[in-house]
Write a protein that binds this ligand. Structure first.
Ligand code: ATP
Ligand code: MG
Length: 335
């Protein structure tokens, strides 16, 4: 497959950076949206602390990892030590606490894979999901945010890839395609692989940040401002990277044998992880190792049908980036 295609990128590629950056800019949430999110978090904290003074609320996911586009919902984690209460009981109680005049549609979803309380804040128009004690998500949110602060091209690339995935209907885990979190990890991995590298491997460096969460040691270098401009020796433009990203997933990644691993800054073999066969519902057709829960394959939602959809979409995008006269329009055409 790789050899059927020419590796050389079109000559006019860098000229496409201007329209791609315009798309990126149009997706950035305005400052007032950030303020509204903080305001809602403040209100939630006030209500929660009346009942549970020791509890803490953390923002995680795209509202806190810097990969959130405008008008996203916010993800909140309630950290609480209620040893004698199971999660669905806490969820029920939390929903009760939040039934206030100032919030709408407060629902406890106790039977979801991750039990949550959902609600809407009419003052700001923001919807919010609150989960319980999912502190690994808070830590992986920090890791992603720290990566984003190393080189601005990561945030640009990830916004464009997320926008593409949403437009093409391949950002739906319940339909067997990938989460936003998985796409951002694919972008980080890709930028770690460029030569010269655009991103380092923060978990491979001397740790300046270290916590243990749910028996998982999470340690990495987080003083990213000290890295100078790490990727400065690589001058690739954003359009070139968008082309390269799709080319990589369409024609270069070894789906049969490799696992992408941001943790190691490289790929590792499926055999080493024992991810070569289907176990339960985990088929391992595209393997993306979670940086902290390393037994966790973020590609596990992908099945025989959706892997085909995904790979055809990567090929379509790579071909558009290579040949189409107007890739910035064609790439995002609704499916
Ligand atoms: P979007 O803008 O689409 O809402 P998001 O960054 O909030 O994107 P999600 O895929 O909704 O991404 O995930 C929210 C957060 O939940 C992620 O940032 C991550 O911290 C955590 N998360 C999501 N899926 C997983 C997973 N399978 N394993 C571990 N953590 C996950
Ligand atoms: Mg989210």
């Amino acid at each position: 497959r790789t050899f059927k295609r020419q590796m050389m990128c079109r000559r006019d590629i860098d000229g496409l950076s201007v329209p791609f950056l315009a798309i990126y800019e149009s997706l950035i949430p305005p400052e007032e949206e950030k303020l509204k999110q903080k305001q809602l978090l403040g209100l939630l904290e006030k209500l929660v602390c009346k009942e549970w003074p020791m509890a803490r609320l953390y923002l995680y996911g795209s509202c806190a990892n810097s990969f959130g586009v405008s008008k996203s919902d916010i993800d909140v984690c309630l950290a609480i030590q209620e040893v004698d209460m199971d999660k669905s009981k806490i969820i029920m109680k939390l929903a009760g606490i939040l039934q206030s005049d100032s919030l709408q549609n407060v629902q406890a979803l106790t039977r979801a894979r991750v039990p949550i309380v959902k609600l809407m804040d009419p003052a700001t128009g923001i919807s919010c999901d609150i989960c319980i004690n999912n502190l690994l998500a808070v830590v992986n949110t920090k890791l992603l945010r720290d990566y984003a602060n190393i080189d601005s091209r990561l945030r640009q690339l990830a916004f464009i890839i997320k926008h593409w995935a949403k437009s093409r209907g391949v950002n739906e885990t319940y339909h067997g395609t990938l989460s936003s979190y998985a796409y951002v990890l694919m972008c980080i991995h890709f930028l770690q692989q460029r030569r010269p590298a655009i991103l380092p491997c923060l978990q491979g460096m001397d740790a300046t940040y270290s916590v243990t969460v749910d028996n998982v040691d999470c340690a990495f270098f987080d003083q990213v401002e000290k890295l100078g401009h790490f990727g400065r020796h690589n001058k690739e433009s954003i359009a070139h990277l968008v082309w390269g990203f799709f080319f990589y997933w369409a024609y270069c990644h070894d789906y049969a044998n490799s696992v992408i691993s941001v943790r190691t800054g490289s790929t590792i073999s499926k055999r080493d992880k024992d991810w070569t066969r289907r176990v339960g519902n985990d088929r391992h057709l595209i393997c993306i190792e979670d940086p902290f829960e390393i037994s966790h394959d973020l590609g596990r939602v992908v099945d025989k049908r959706s892997i085909k959809v995904l790979r055809e979409e990567f090929e379509r995008a790579a071909d558009i980036m290579q040949y189409d006269p107007n890739p910035c329009v064609k790439l995002f055409e609704p499916y």
